[in-house]
Design a protein around this ligand. Structure first.
Ligand code: IDC
Length: 444
């Protein structure tokens, strides 16, 4: 994919901080974000003809994936007007529905270190902290902050067909091995593309793109989960193009990645008064989320053994909720391999997390360096019910592991949320990264 020159690409600034033990933090003022390539206008290089419109490719120019990539360009983005993406100080606001020339739904952005490189993080033996305002995120929406093992340059140096690189938000991959990605490995995903039956803006091609994923935060004002998803792709979870069964389909568990992950959702784990409006972590106002990645030898080169979570709100440190349902060997308040084994057995869930190498393999992936993703999305596959409702919807919600939040099983349909909650939004702010214990303070 080429670079278009109708709109200059200007990345919104998003400064963030690096902290060291002792509590001193320095600001990385070069931080910016870039919009994922899938949201961008792609047209024939040098004129205004679309290469892709709605949910279909221009079959005249896209006779093959490589032909298409050689003739089509990605454009610069008008962040605020077209996509509802704004930054102010250290805060990023992502709006759900933005009505411009077209109607934009959701967005996905990546933190950049420079104009053409993503910011790479190795979170092992470190702590990642940010503030969030989820008060305007109803059932069915997800304001997400997570890490994926994308290439630092978006694949520009590996794939000669990719001339746009990280600057234009190329190279996305995750543990669902998504097939709705328009350009993969320097080629358009136009071969075998099927327009989505229920999404006017999306479709699925012959290829998907897989990589290890660490979901630090998938949440709305009702429910939240944090979830490691390891992958047996090249380079311990590095970006790898997939076809057919490799892309976790038709057998969800027969692909290169763990699509379920080992999730810690406080409600699903049995504490129903912990997270939500007016609850212990009160989602009607801003709070801080701290996530710690502990290794067996307290170094960045150790084996990942535990992912801990705590919250800070109104100056008070709030310990994570504890698991509370029958059938567990003990109560847990963090993600460890034992927690994952124990909850998967107790809930009767598929052991795909274990089969893909478990927490230790997630750690190997994180050690290779990950890119930070911030997004707001609705769910055309399962209406976000896996996060905030009863899922599967036909199983007794009193059975442990089925209830994930208080949303109705009828909620979260994209057409409903897009119509009824166009003003939904998420605000992420005050990102800090550093030594364990260095990025937050508060009273017990
Ligand atoms: C979740 C994943 C999440 C993904 C979602 C939809 O954690 O990243 O976006 O699926 O594909 C299930 C569900 C499975 C859930 C998983 C955790 O079948 O969809 O994974 N889980 O809630 N049953 C038990 C656990």
């Amino acid at each position: 994919q080429q670079v278009g020159n109708y709109t200059a690409e200007s990345h919104p600034k998003l400064p963030w901080q690096t902290c060291t033990r002792g509590g001193s933090c320095t600001t990385n003022s070069a931080g910016t974000v870039t919009l994922d390539a899938n949201w961008r206008w792609t047209h024939i290089t040098g004129n205004y003809t679309n290469c892709y419109t709605g949910n279909t490719w221009n079959t005249t120019v896209c006779t093959s994936g490589s032909q298409c990539a050689s003739q089509c360009a990605l454009e610069g983005a008008n962040y605020q007007q077209t996509y509802g993406i704004t930054t102010s100080g250290n805060a990023l606001t992502l709006k759900f529905v933005t009505k411009g020339e077209n109607t934009n739904i959701g967005s996905r952005v990546y933190l950049m270190a420079s104009d053409d490189k993503y910011q790479m993080f190795n979170v092992l033996n470190k702590e990642f902290t940010f503030d969030v305002d989820v008060s305007q995120l109803p059932c069915g929406l997800n304001g997400a902050l997570y890490f994926v093992q994308m290439d630092e340059d978006g694949g520009l140096s590996k794939y000669s067909g990719n001339k746009a690189g990280a600057k234009y938000g190329t190279g996305y991959c995750d543990s669902q091995c998504p097939r709705d990605i328009k350009y993969i490995n320097g080629e358009a995903n136009s071969d075998g593309w099927n327009a989505s039956p229920n999404d006017t803006n999306a479709g699925a091609g012959k290829y998907g793109t897989c990589c290890g994923e660490m979901d630090i935060w998938e949440a709305n004002s009702i429910s939240t989960a944090y979830t490691p998803h390891p992958c047996k792709t090249t380079n311990d979870g590095g970006q790898q193009r997939c076809t057919g069964q490799e892309c976790n389909t038709p057998d969800r568990y027969g692909g290169l990645c763990d699509p379920d992950g080992c999730d810690f959702n406080s409600y699903r784990q049995g504490d129903r008064t912990y997270y939500g409006k007016g609850l212990t972590v009160d989602t009607s106002k801003k709070f801080t989320i701290v996530t710690q990645f502990l290794t067996d030898n307290n170094s960045t080169t150790g084996t990942l053994v535990e992912i801990r979570r705590l919250y800070v709100q109104d100056g008070k440190v709030i310990p994570n909720s504890k698991t509370n349902f029958p059938g567990l060997i003990k109560d847990y308040d963090s993600v460890t391999q034992q927690f994952c084994d124990d909850q998967k057995t107790a809930f009767g869930d598929h052991p795909s997390f274990q089969n893909q190498g478990g927490l230790a393999h997630m750690g190997r992936s994180l050690a290779k360096g990950h890119v930070l993703v911030l997004s707001i999305w609705d769910d055309h596959a399962v209406n976000m019910l896996w996060l905030d409702s009863t899922y599967p919807t036909d199983v007794d919600p009193n059975k442990p592991g089925i209830a994930r939040g208080t949303c109705s099983t009828d909620s979260g349909k994209p057409t409903d949320v897009e119509t009824n909650s166009p003003n939904a939004q998420v605000i992420f702010s005050n990102i800090k990264f550093g030594d364990i214990g260095s990025t937050y303070s508060g009273n017990p």
